[in-house]
Design a protein around this ligand. Structure first.
Ligand code: PTJ
Length: 243
């Protein structure tokens, strides 16, 4: 029982939800440690969306809206934290949603698909094939989903898939609180924000942008500047931590 006036109430509730999902086999134990790393970086970001993250979220909406075949790739942590938000973003962006797991088992795919569908997501199904140049299970994708996507949103990614997708000519948008991660460095667009803050903001921008604005935003950005702004934000906060 967590008292509502606990100063870390929200964080504790989220942890409980992830633990519950871990017991159900949706999140892995490794996923719990990944969440802890994210929390640490979120502290450094002040647990709020920075102006540069907000700009990146607007550009992400533009990239999804101007894509021919946008896909949202969902793993265990994202499903546990944000299934309903994925449904909202899918509706606003018309993106396909595919479950793609690092710790892949048929059982987890089924459970995560069920959780997403219960929250209103239309989940792509079919026979996954080894379509990415990777030795681990994230190589397994649906030909009609990630396999043929031109723009792909990959929240909470694990390193090398981002590079593999990029090497196949796909535009990769990531949501990752760690601006130094390999994913953050190799994505085409890096959103340094917490996934449950980022997804609703991207959804709102998808609803607000017109085609002309989306076209301009999707071509006129520099991801290095966006990542540098996230690091500058952390540096600024640390510099003033004792003020
Ligand atoms: O469900 P599976 O089997 O596909 O596994 C999912 C995990 C997350 C375990 C897997 O993809 C993994 O190991 O990821 P990494 O390499 O730990 O990377 C996850 C990244 O997401 C880290 O850089 C974290 O800082 C970041 N992160 C964690 N929680 C959040 C987050 N970023 C945004 N919002 C969060 N809530």
């Amino acid at each position: 029982m967590i008292p509502e006036n606990h100063p870390r109430y929200h964080s504790l509730i989220v942890r409980e939800q992830l633990v519950r999902c871990a017991k159900e086999g949706i999140v892995t134990l490794e996923g719990l440690t990944a969440h802890g790393r994210g929390e640490a970086f979120d502290y450094l970001m002040g647990e709020q969306t920075s102006p540069s993250a907000l700009q990146a979220e607007k550009i992400a909406a533009a990239l999804l809206l101007t894509a021919d075949h946008p896909v949202i790739s969902v793993n265990g942590n994202t499903a546990a934290l944000a299934a309903r938000m994925i449904a909202g973003l899918q509706m606003a962006s018309r993106a396909s949603v595919e479950v793609n797991l690092f710790h892949r088992t048929d059982e987890r795919i089924t459970k995560i698909t069920r959780l997403l569908e219960e929250q209103g997501v239309r989940v792509l199904k079919g026979e996954a094939k080894r379509l990415l140049p990777l030795l681990h299970e994230r190589a397994l994708c649906l030909p009609g989903g990630i396999g043929s996507a031109d723009v792909i949103l990959v929240p909470l990614e694990d390193g090398d898939r981002c590079q593999a997708l990029h090497s196949l000519g796909k535009k990769v948008i990531t949501i990752d609180l760690n601006p130094l991660s390999r994913t953050a460095q190799s994505a085409d667009l890096t959103i340094v924000d917490e996934v449950t803050r980022a997804l609703p903001l991207i959804t709102t921008f998808c609803r607000e942008l017109d085609q002309e604005e989306a076209k301009t935003l999707s071509t006129g950005y520099d991801n290095k500047i966006i990542r540098k702004a996230a690091l500058d934000e952390i540096i600024r906060r640390l510099t003033h931590a004792l003020d």
